[in-house]
Design a protein around this ligand. Structure first.
Ligand SMILES: Nc1ncnc2c1ncn2[C@@H]1O[C@H](COP(=O)(O)OP(=O)(O)OP(=O)(O)O)[C@@H](O)[C@H]1O
Length: 665
């Protein structure tokens, strides 16, 4: 997609791509919010690991007591039933301690990682609300959704499971090796020689599993996106009778998923068996050498109990060894995902309130508009060029012209969805860039070409832009702990205002026929509106706010002429003193405008009243002639010509430039 040649850069925009470590640093503030939980949790892992080693001692003392063997250091001259009972109790207490501390760890770390996930999600969503059209033009919705779900889960997994596993592995190895070394340095040397091989093989297997798991996940995402598109485009699929092709396409993708899952199972399955085998070999080696050590230590320096304790301790290392490979995968995935989330947090709006220039004394606008030599360029394409217009507050301005002439872009300049590449757009005589965005947008309503309706009641859809003034600002960058639960967002807009807006938009009659009137649900969970009803809902949503400037972008194209007349009457009722900009192709609508502008290839080619433009005999006059002809034919029961089609036809036959008046300077 093309980007504007001259884009204003935010002061903090354009940071270089972060290195993984640097990216981890940016995660630090989130971790610091829960430092107490993380520290307690990680200490609990160390305590649990140490407690887990105690049963080995009690088993050793019991065995040595029972076998009558006495090692050189321990005070175990034989064993009494009472002492055996104490050892048994020791084992239970040690296990209880280990279990309790693991529970504490989960309470601390897993909860902290969930809270961090909440905080990151909240901050990203709040940040996304600050981004503008430039960002959303480039971003893919599916990708944004995937980052907020899949990537965020990967980061949470790294902070929760990953963090405690890393500490678990390190403290598990340190404590186990300390115990094994104290028992027999010779056997420990064997373990040191064998463990790298075991860890190496397991690490390789785990990496393989990670890669295949990722491949399966990617295919899973593709298949989900494919199904979602099929469901959303179900009408197109049915209309073109291409169900067979869809089934075949989906089958191929499904088969690919099966292949990848089978490949995963091939390496996933043997992992545990392999671990058992490798550990079995290590055990066999230790048993042989350890047995020999017992036999060759007549002074009882190395006892049967010590050998058993050694083996039990070694067995405790199986899980941390198995986890090493997993943890590398979890960490890599988590870091990669955090980088992608950071990209969202680092994105900056190109249209923003410049703190040094914004005029904070402006609290409301009247609605005077002026375009002074305005140009907009996308790449090498001049979408608007040298546009000069004066629109006093309260004017009903009509804009027409062929497809792609720049009409929508003109409207976008007024709301500052985009900024001009050259020239100035003025509102109330002031550069629009100096007016605080909130004030500007609170005062303007736009009915876009393709209205978007939410899965909500029709009343809430109409009242969408009202009644949010008292909402608290979403706090970002602070911990969730201790924050009050958000107040209920006001859900019910003023009924009187909503029904008046619906009446003015010519929608009230339709709503009366809906099953639950204004409480009827729209969208996926409710009724489906016709194209014309959608447009009128969007018009009602725009006028309910009583804006100073109302922009209707081709918003009456899907309604019949009778409904159009009713809407125009409604607009007249509320447009007193307000600036209304109506972009369209229907002369029957445009003729009511105080002033009409014809745009062609980004330039104002004609302007004046309906009568002026008819007299001019240019694009507008030709549009009027074609539509009048179509209407006459229609009254003779001939098919009506679509105003858009008439406009398009005119595109190929532009008006005679000699008949175009000089543009107002
Ligand atoms: N974000 C963008 N990136 C690149 N080109 C763009 C972008 N937005 C608009 N354009 C181009 O600007 C030109 C004017 O678009 P605009 O939507 O204003 O046309 P329009 O007059 O409203 O047409 P229509 O009557 O079909 O709605 C078109 O050629 C369009 O492709």
């Amino acid at each position: 997609m093309l980007t504007p040649a001259r884009t204003r850069r935010h002061p903090t925009a354009g940071r270089p791509t972060r290195l993984p470590l640097e990216s981890l640093k940016s995660l630090w503030p989130y971790l610091m919010m829960h430092r107490r939980q993380y520290i307690i949790g990680l200490l609990a892992v160390v305590v649990a690991n140490s407690a887990n080693l105690l049963p080995g001692y009690f088993i050793r003392f019991t065995i040595d007591g029972l076998t009558g063997q006495v090692d050189a250091s321990a005070a175990t001259p034989g064993i009494t039933l009472e002492r055996a009972g104490l050892y048994a109790l020791g084992i239970v207490l040690a296990s209880l301690t280990a279990g309790s501390f693991m529970l504490l760890m989960r309470r601390m770390i897993v909860v902290a990682s969930r809270q961090t996930e909440y905080e990151i999600r909240r901050d990203i969503f709040a940040h996304l609300q600050t981004l503008d059209k430039y960002y959303y033009d480039r971003a893919r919705t599916g990708d944004l959704m995937n980052r907020l779900t899949g990537d965020l889960s990967a980061v949470r997994e790294m902070l929760g499971f990953g963090a405690w596993q890393i500490v678990n592995i390190i403290s598990g190895f340190v404590t186990a090796f300390a115990v094994m070394f104290s028992l027999s340095w010779q056997l420990t040397l064997i373990v040191i020689a064998v463990i790298p091989i075991i860890v190496g093989v397991l690490w390789y297997l785990a990496r393989l599993i990670n890669t295949r798991h990722k491949a399966a996940q990617e295919q899973n995402s593709l298949i989900a996106a494919r199904a979602q598109e099929n469901f959303s485009g179900a009408r197109v699929v049915k209309g073109y009778a291409i169900e067979d092709r869809e089934i075949e396409d989906y089958r191929a993708m499904n088969l690919e998923l099966l292949k990848r899952n089978v490949a995963l199972t091939r390496v996933d399955g043997p992992l545990r068996s392999f671990t058992s085998l490798l550990l079995g070999i290590a055990f066999a080696l230790i048993l042989m050498v350890g047995g020999r050590l017992i036999l060759t230590s007549p002074g009882g320096e190395f006892t049967t109990g010590m050998l058993v304790q050694f083996l039990i301790t070694l067995e405790r290392l199986a899980w941390p060894m198995l986890m090493i490979g997993w943890i590398t995968g979890v960490t890599q995935r988590g870091l990669g995902s955090w980088l992608r989330l950071r990209e969202m947090l680092d994105a900056r709006a190109q249209v923003y309130d410049d703190p040094g220039r914004s005029d904070t004394t402006v609290k409301a606008i009247r609605g005077d508009l002026a375009f002074e030599n305005v140009g907009v360029r996308y790449g090498t394409l001049d979408v608007l060029n040298g546009v000069n217009l004066q629109v006093p507050a309260g004017t009903f301005l009509g804009i027409t012209g062929p497809t792609g002439a720049g009409k929508t872009v003109l409207g976008q300049l007024i709301t500052r969805s985009i900024d001009p590449t050259s020239g100035v757009v003025k509102v109330d005589g002031q550069d629009v860039r100096l007016i605080p965005l909130k004030v500007l947008r609170d005062s303007i309503s736009v009915v876009p070409q393709e209205p978007f309706l939410f899965s909500d009641t029709i009343a809430n859809n109409i009242g969408f832009g009202t009644g949010n003034a008292e909402l608290p600002v979403v706090p970002t960058g602070v911990s969730v702990v201790g924050l009050p639960f958000p107040q209920d967002i006001p859900q019910s807009p003023d009924e009187g205002r909503v029904s008046r807006a619906a009446r003015l938009a010519g929608l009230a009659g339709d709503i009366e026929d809906f099953p639950n009137k204004y409480d009827t649900m729209l969208g996926e969970r409710g009724v489906t509106l016709s194209g014309g009803q959608r447009q009128r809902t969007a018009i009602a949503r725009a006028i309910v706010r009583e804006p100073r400037i109302l922009i209707l972008d081709d918003s009456l194209s899907a309604v019949d002429t009778e409904t159009e007349r009713r809407i125009l009457d409604g607009l007249r009722e509320i447009s007193e003193g307000r600036t209304v900009i109506l972009i369209g192709h229907r002369v029957s609508t445009l003729r009511h405008a105080d002033h009409i502008v014809v745009l062609n290839e980004g330039r104002v080619t004609e302007q004046g009243t309906h009568d002026d433009l008819l007299a001019l005999g240019g694009h507008y006059a030709e549009l009027e002639r074609l539509q009048r002809l179509a209407s006459d034919l229609d009254s003779d029961d001939e098919p009506i010509e679509d105003p858009q089609a008439a406009a398009d036809r005119l595109e190929s036959a532009p008006a005679d430039p000699s008949r175009i008046p000089e543009v107002q300077k």
